[in-house]
Design a protein around this ligand. Structure first.
Ligand SMILES: Nc1ncnc2c1ncn2[C@@H]1O[C@H](COP(=O)(O)OP(=O)(O)OP(=O)(O)O)[C@@H](O)[C@H]1O
Ligand SMILES: [Mg+2]
Length: 349
């Protein structure tokens, strides 16, 4: 796609200083509600800016739903929430054609995915049929009902939560569904200090209800356009391919990462680089993202499962073992010519 078309679709990229200001405001806003989880909050934002979908998987009561709602509330855009239950129908998700007596014609009633941010709570409680209704929406950003295709909005992000422990009455997400999530994050328990603050701040009143949007859909589209311009050197792309190939060849894994995974890895790396004030990706970005982006879509062999090796551990070990791209000067990964960079890169620009 040419740059011209991107700008028509998304709007113009913002300056580095504006990018920093808007993203810092969004993170600070979410942190009014979620205590002590800065890294998780930033990763969730990176996934949104990488045009991805987020799976938040953890035990009950650690703030999964809270994080999803806080991110959605921080952006002034259309938000829908779906509570997944076994009797939820595919048409509740995508929409349905109903017969209109007056016009004597069928008209389309859009389902819950017609929004910028869709919070899908406890996604593994829905039947496989309803889960798979999400497949087309997530990858192709469109819905087809009765042969007619309806495009979804931009940004479009699904933030799904699920509890990995409860088995009864749940349907584990199929592989194709997991692969569509750009990243899976665990919340983890807050540390003692953060939990104390939570008791003080959230004890009497839920701050989520006071949360005001600090950005809007138009700005998010421009932030996305900015991310797309982040430079990825040839060596970085090769490193990403090497990483996903290593998962395909690993003796501990029955299913390795897909080409979709390598795309998601690079996109998220661009977003993370931009959030750190760089306009080029470092190998460290890929290393930091390998577990959240790859681990949920690969399957361990029976032996690895018996030895209780998690896919997180397998991916972490691969990163450790693979050689890094060697050239390590100040910014070896900014391989553009000086002209293309507009002179030397200045992070304060
Ligand atoms: N790190 C945190 N900071 C602030 N509040 C938190 C944190 N962790 C949990 N809480 C609080 O705990 C309560 C439960 O959170 P939430 O409903 O988001 O949990 P959940 O992970 O979605 O649980 P479930 O799996 O049962 O749906 C909320 O009131 C939330 O504010
Ligand atoms: Mg919840």
């Amino acid at each position: 796609m040419t740059s011209q078309r991107i700008y028509e679709e998304l709007g113009n990229p913002v300056s580095a200083s504006e990018f920093a200001a808007v993203t810092a405001a969004i993170v600070a806003n979410i942190e009014q509600v979620i205590e002590g989880k800065t890294a998780t909050v930033r990763l969730a934002l990176a996934v949104m800016l990488a045009e991805g979908h987020l799976l938040i998987e953890d035990v009950p009561g650690v703030g999964k739903t809270k994080l999803a709602k806080a991110l959605a509330r921080s952006i002034d855009c259309t938000v829908r929430r779906i509570q997944f239950t076994p009797d939820l129908l595919p048409s509740d998700v995508t929409g349905v054609s109903v017969y209109n007596q007056e016009s004597r014609d069928f008209e389309f009633k859009p389902g819950a995915v017609f929004a910028n941010i869709v919070v899908g709570d406890e996604i593994n409680r829905a039947s496989p049929k309803t889960q798979s209704a999400l497949l087309e929406c997530m990858e192709e950003r469109q819905v087809t009902v009765d042969g007619v295709t309806y495009p979804l909005q931009t940004p479009f992000m699904i933030i799904a939560t699920q509890n990995p422990i409860e088995m009864e009455g749940t349907y584990p997400l199929p592989e194709a569904q997991r692969d569509r999530f750009t990243a899976r994050i665990a919340m983890g328990y807050p540390d003692a200090g953060a939990e104390l603050t939570m008791l003080d701040v959230h004890g009497a009143h839920d701050p989520l209800y006071d949360l005001m949007p600090v950005s809007d859909a138009t700005m998010v589209r421009r932030l996305i356009a900015t991310i797309r311009e982040v430079h990825v050197a040839e060596a970085i792309k090769q490193y990403a391919v090497m990483l996903v190939n290593a998962t395909r060849e690993s003796p501990d894994l029955r299913l390795g990462a897909s080409p979709r995974a390598s795309l998601h890895l690079l996109r998220t790396a661009r977003a993370v680089a931009a959030l750190e004030g760089r306009d080029y990706v470092l190998p460290d970005d890929l290393q930091a993202l390998a577990v959240p982006v790859l681990a949920h879509r690969i399957i361990p062999t029976a032996e690895a499962q018996l030895a209780r090796r998690t896919t997180d551990a397998v991916v972490a070990e691969l990163i450790h073992r693979l050689p890094l791209p060697t050239d390590r000067q100040r910014s070896p990964y900014d391989t553009r010519s000086r002209d293309a960079r507009g002179g030397q890169y200045d992070p304060r620009r």
